[in-house]
Ligand binder design. Sequence first.
Ligand SMILES: C[S@@+](CC[C@H](N)C(=O)[O-])C[C@H]1O[C@@H](n2cnc3c(N)ncnc32)[C@H](O)[C@@H]1O
Length: 231
Amino acid sequence: MLAELGIKFTFPKPVGLIEYLISMVADKDALVLDSFAGSGTTGHAVLQLNKKDGGNRRFILAQLPFETDEQKAEGTSLARGLTAKRVSEVIKGYSTAKGELFEGYPSGFRFCQLDTSLFDEDGKIRDGVTFTELARHVFFTETGEPLLEKELKRSAFLGSVRGVGVYLLFNGILGDKSAAGGNVLTRKTLAELPPFDGHKVIYCAGCLLGQERLHTERITVRQTPYEIKVT
Ligand SMILES: C[S@@+](CC[C@H](N)C(=O)[O-])C[C@H]1O[C@@H](n2cnc3c(N)ncnc32)[C@H](O)[C@@H]1O
């Protein structure tokens, strides 16, 4: 079946077996984790089982994008996206070379790629972390939504979700690179921020505005790095 999908992978598990195991141990709303996902059999099995019994199980598949010389030569590399390719194909549905049709599963998934850690052991932001890297993290931990590539602008205003605007003052995004300058919320930096008509959450290294002003401006301040959620 994997060959029909154009996926080369040695020793995949049979979908039916994983499906059977999940049906034995997990309820219909379970979140199934496979941290050694390989060709994505577990995702396939979850989709198949949901279709059969009307379940609403979800899955998390983690796969290390490694590639040994041997795998490279064999073409069995798991470089970026092979697991996602399998899941994507089975969701869409596919046909075999013999003309057999496999209907898809009405579903979807999100592909995420882990990057290097942004924080050191003490929770401080590592040297060299860029504005964009921290912006992505802050936006996701604040809103639960990813900051998509196409939405990334070099601006202190990262975007809004459910009526709340999220801002980040970091690495002198407003043009002032001094340690206590552009990363601190002051009257001056506030005036320079792109406007947002609604509640604002502003991540910054410090804040010199009083509580009253923050209240009037509908601002919640979160101090970096301490109030950035690490997970
Ligand atoms: C035996 S395969 C899994 C096969 C899978 N059940 C299937 O049906 O295709 C184990 C996989 O775990 C991956 N792996 C090894 N260490 C890992 C790690 N630390 N994090 C994520 N994946 C890892 C390997 O690259 C390999 O693809």
